[in-house]
Design a protein around this ligand. Sequence first.
Ligand code: T5A
Length: 239
Amino acid sequence: MRLRIMEKRGKLIVFEGGEGCGKTTQLQHTQQWLEQWLSDRGWLENAQPSFPIAAIASTREPGGTPLCQNIRQVLLTPDLEPMQDRTELLLYAADRAQHVAGYLQPLLAQSTLILCDRYTDSTVAYQGYGRGLDLDLIHQLNTIATQGLIPDLTLWLDLEVELGLARAQARGSRDRIEQADVAFHQRVRQGFMELHQAHPDRILRIDAAQPIDAVSQAIQTVLETKLTQWYAIPAICNP
Ligand code: T5A
């Protein structure tokens, strides 16, 4: 098998959505599927320097590095003192600054395909639309924290708020943000909707109300198209 190689930098694929939308489940399914898909094409295990994808990594925000894990703990623990909205915003920005510079950028420079559970759009949706903080301020903070790193693709797993909260609740105890009222989560969903409308090429909506396997299939269909575009894979040809 031989593939024509066009691109060497890694890619950042982000999973976004409201509470209980299934991001974590789908990110795991996607990683397994990607490893198989790339392996079937002779990538990964051969690890030849000319191949555009050296590895697949998964990560999340908040909490993508050991230091970020501590920030995540502070952000999501319910029984500390009431957290001010600006404190919350700055903690997410601090987590992101550490994650981007210390983890995402080095891996992207090594041609890694990264699957990330949440990124900047969550801050717009939760702190902007949900908490009502100034969207320009959030945009500035996102730019500072990311140094301009924009996802190559964002998969927005969209689901009715009540259904997502019920799923999250069925799974166990709720964290500090899951405990916010339904109106807050409705505004968050509206935020994702407007982001999707503003950036239709980058942010693709996936119907997350479907059964798990159907959601996985929808994601795989999108990724097959994107991977083929990004890496200009003409077809798998015989040696
Ligand atoms: N946040 C984050 C901000 O406010 N600002 C920011 O800038 C950032 C980055 C992060 C919290 O921080 C907030 C948002 C969050 O509140 P998190 O761990 O990412 O915390 O938060 P959650 O969204 O709550 O992530 P979860 O892991 O809790 O939920 P997921 O990933 O959406 O869902 P998942 O896959 O764990 O599934 C939940 C349950 O539903 C089932 C699963 O089996 C599981 O039990 N499920 C399905 N059931 C039926 N049909 C399907 N299709 C299903 N898919 C999954």
